[in-house]
Design a protein around this ligand. Structure first.
Ligand code: ATP
Length: 773
């Protein structure tokens, strides 16, 4: 990285505080800010208890050293505390706060909190020169004293569990909160199923339905109520009962309704869980229970995504401190299209308030528009894959297709979710979804069967592959593959899997000339924990796997610290791709990572071992410290996990010991993570739409001529594509085009957006301590 270390003439002093409601990931931000700040030659001060600490000063403002933030990354809430502070809302409180900053020599403040906290921060900055003048006129500071602190730098980070800030796609803590909600709803679902009960579950979100909607999608709820989109019907109670009744009539044994705290009807009248319960009990006779999840949603240990998000945003916040000038508006660090962004903080807050205002004015269209672009799309995807047999979205009879769904490669979290959504959406459109069991060998044997609405019930939360999956390629018997496709009249094929599915797509396309039955839309949804498929930034299953690895690493670090000073060398999967190692390294605070993209040399090992000796030499001798190193399984034939561990053990002598851990198949994860379920839902709907888009023109033509549809529906290269997430966009790329970004030998994409994070893992573990320099 370009971040230089060293000393400037006057060492910059940065204060960091967390404010408003706590959110998981705040600690990881503080850790990143402290360490990058120190690495850049600054002193970083923790301001304890939010603005209260700023107003009270004294021991509430403490310089944080490199080691003070050790272990922060996996702790939920905020270690430096947060509080609601009335005094800071008044000018005398802010005057006191200004004096405390001056006395401590701090002229840059990084605030992590919600819109209230950020508004307060900006107000503080705008008043700064007035506050300084007042301090001088009151004799509380001298003119010389304030001179070096003429300008106050403010940088905002958004810590908020309900993802309610505009101008950023996601806020720190929201994903972890969603994890907790999904765990709870998953548990509730099993008891609901057993007793055939209905559950109405209230989740947080006063003006924002993100948690409710995403929980609805992730948990396969029957209905969600959110503030931005009240039910359109005047008599929504009847529509709700009709919908839930239709699901029950199909044979569903449970009913799950998720309600955001701020859910309202068209007249802004709150929709409360107890009222829904009364309606369901009295009108449908359902045994209905209400669960209010409450503070469980604050999260606990942060999910992998929040650790990554808050770390890179923390790093960016320090960068922003250096780049800020008195003329520029205070920046808020956000996230857009998977890129860290800077927005003027005031504008972001204004837009956030505009959502609440739009809702108040009943302008629900505007409220939806003000959310991130995915939100409206997700909402539609939820409806269209949930409402049973939705007549309103049916295609014309001659457009109805038979769509085959097949799983390939190793199981990955989200494969079943994607299948469920594709099946339900296809049925809603009037198509016939067909399961192809056990990959291409299954197809060759003719293991093909229509899937019904109820047959995929509960698949959202299931790990593994319900259809069965394997690595065999279609060219094992292309003749038989095409024979079966034709026999079952499959007019579109949806492949869900990893690199095997990608190569299968290439062979299927190559065989199109010889076999007309392959001239149908072929679409591949990447699903593999390795995240190595070209055409997407995130494959399904990669987030589930990261969470499984992060959890395992947390446990290992704990055991390593509990027993003695120990370095664990942990082997992770990933084929020839270091994605899992790098991202898990960042999320767990690993000392370093060894990945195939970089390889291992003797010089690197020597350097890393010396670093460990240095770290343990300076650690408090009375504390046992565990550290971890992650190693992708394929990185080197010579420097195996055992060899590296032995070297570390040998060199550690009496200072520290080493052990290995091979995570193996636990990395596939059990239950798919919410992010994987959401990504699966959004993309599966698009894949069915892709098949339609490429098949319809030929069907139209045949129908207009009064003919039966031909076997060959389309033959363009565009009709064989991989769906992917690029930033926050969903894109289809023809497989042929992707060859340019494919490393066939190593079975991976050559585009690795995450590779630069490797430097960050090292930067955040490479101790720098001014006091000792
Ligand atoms: P959450 O999303 O959890 O509600 P928040 O940051 O919006 O987070 P608030 O309670 O609104 O939470 O604000 C936290 C603190 O920020 C307040 O207690 C107060 O000290 C300060 N603050 C909020 N609004 C202002 C304001 N307009 N002027 C000055 N300070 C403010």
């Amino acid at each position: 990285s370009s971040i230089p270390s060293g000393h400037s003439a006057r060492r910059k002093k940065i204060g960091v505080l967390t404010s408003g409601g706590d959110s998981p990931g705040m600690n990881a931000s503080v850790r990143a800010i402290v360490r990058v700040g120190i690495a850049r030659g600054c002193d970083v001060y923790g301001i304890y208890e939010g603005y209260r600490g700023l107003v009270e000063g004294k021991e509430k403002i403490k310089k944080l050293k490199w080691d003070d933030v050790r272990g922060f990354i996996h702790i939920g809430g905020t270690v430096i505390g947060t509080a609601r502070c009335m005094e800071f809302k008044e000018r005398p409180g802010r005057l006191q706060a200004a004096e405390n900053l001056i006395k401590n020599g701090i002229d840059a403040l990084i605030v992590c909190g919600g819109d209230g906290s950020l508004t307060g921060a900006d107000l503080f900055r705008s008043e700064w020169s007035g506050l300084l003048a007042e301090l001088v006129s009151l004799g509380r500071c001298s003119a010389e004293e304030i001179e070096p602190y003429r300008a106050l730098t403010i940088v905002g980070l958004v810590g908020s569990i309900d993802n309610d800030m505009s101008s950023t796609d996601i806020t720190i803590g929201a994903v972890t909160s969603l994890h907790r909600i999904c765990e709870s709803v998953d548990s509730i679902s099993s008891t609901a199923m057993s007793h055939q009960r209905a559950f109405v579950i209230e989740v947080m979100g006063r003006h924002c339905g993100w948690l409710a909607l995403m929980a609805g999608i992730s948990c396969g709820a029957d209905l969600v109520f959110i503030p931005e989109r009240p039910p359109v019907e005047e008599d929504w109670e009847t529509s709700m009962c009709d919908l839930l009744q239709s699901h029950r009539l199909l044979g569903k044994r449970k009913t799950i309704v998720i309600v955001a705290e701020g859910a309202i009807d068209q007249h802004l009248k709150p929709i409360k869980p107890d009222y829904i319960k009364d309606v369901l009990s009295s009108r449908l006779g359902l045994d209905t229970r209400v669960t209010t999840l409450g503070h469980v949603q604050r999260g606990g240990a942060p999910a992998a995504f929040d650790r990554y998000l808050s770390t890179i945003q923390g790093v960016e916040a320090v960068e922003a401190v250096f780049r800020s000038t008195p003329e520029l508006p205070s920046p808020m660090i956000g996230m857009c299209q998977n890129q860290v962004t800077w927005q003027p903080l005031v504008k972001a807050v204004e837009m956030t308030h505009a959502v609440a205002k739009a809702i108040k004015e009943k302008d629900f269209k505007r409220a939806m528009e003000l959310r991130d672009p995915e939100f409206a799309e997700e909402y539609v995807a939820f409806l269209q894959s949930t409402i049973v047999d939705d007549e309103s979205i049916k295609v014309l009879p001659h457009q109805r297709l038979r769509i085959g769904i097949i799983h390939l490669g190793a199981p990955a979290g989200g494969m079943n979710t994607a299948t469920r959504v594709a099946v339900r959406y296809a049925i809603n459109r009037g198509h016939t979804p067909l399961a192809i069991y056990n990959g291409f060998p299954g197809l060759i044997r003719g293991a093909v069967e229509p899937l019904g609405w109820l047959s995929v019930d509960g698949w959202t939360t299931r790990g593994g592959s319900e259809l069965g999956t394997n690595r065999s390629q279609p060219d094992m018997d292309m003749g038989m593959v095409t024979y079966q496709l034709q026999k079952h009249n499959i007019q579109g094929l949806f492949l869900i899997g990893g690199f095997e599915a990608y190569t299968a797509m290439l062979s299927l396309e190559a065989a199109r000339g010889a076999y007309p039955a392959l001239n149908i839309p072929l679409v591949h949804l990447p699903a593999t924990i390795s995240n190595n498929v070209p055409g997407t930034d995130f494959s399904l299953g990669s987030d589930t796997s990261l969470n499984a690895i992060v959890e395992a690493c947390d446990t290992i670090v704990q055991s390593a610290s509990a027993s003695r000073r120990r370095v664990f060398v942990i082997e992770v999967q990933g084929g020839k791709t270091g994605y899992l190692a790098v991202m898990a390294g960042l999320a767990t605070g690993a000392t370093t990572v060894y990945i195939p993209e970089i390889g291992i040399t003797l010089a690197m090992l020597q350097h890393d071992v010396e670093h460990l000796v240095e770290l343990y030499t300076h650690d408090d001798p009375n504390r046992s410290e565990g550290r971890i190193i992650l190693r992708t399984e394929t990185v080197s034939d010579t420097y195996t996990t055992d060899v590296i561990s032995s070297i570390i053990k040998e060199e550690g002598r009496k200072l520290f010991d080493s052990r290995t851990a091979v995570l193996g198949h636990t990395q596939q994860g059990g239950t798919p993570s919410p992010l994987d379920r959401i990504r699966a839902t959004r993309q599966a709907v698009k894949c069915v739409q892709f098949i339609e888009q490429h098949a319809f023109p030929t069907l139209e033509k045949a129908s207009a001529m009064g003919q039966e549809p031909p076997v060959a529906l389309c033959s363009t290269p565009e009709s064989v594509a991989v769906i992917g997430i690029r930033g926050s966009e969903i894109v289809f790329t023809p497989v042929r085009k992707l060859l340019d970004e494919t490393d066939m030998k190593n079975r991976k994409s050559t585009k690795s957006w995450w590779l630069s994070m490797k430097g960050l893992v090292d930067l955040l573990s490479k101790k720098v301590d001014h006091d000792e320099c």
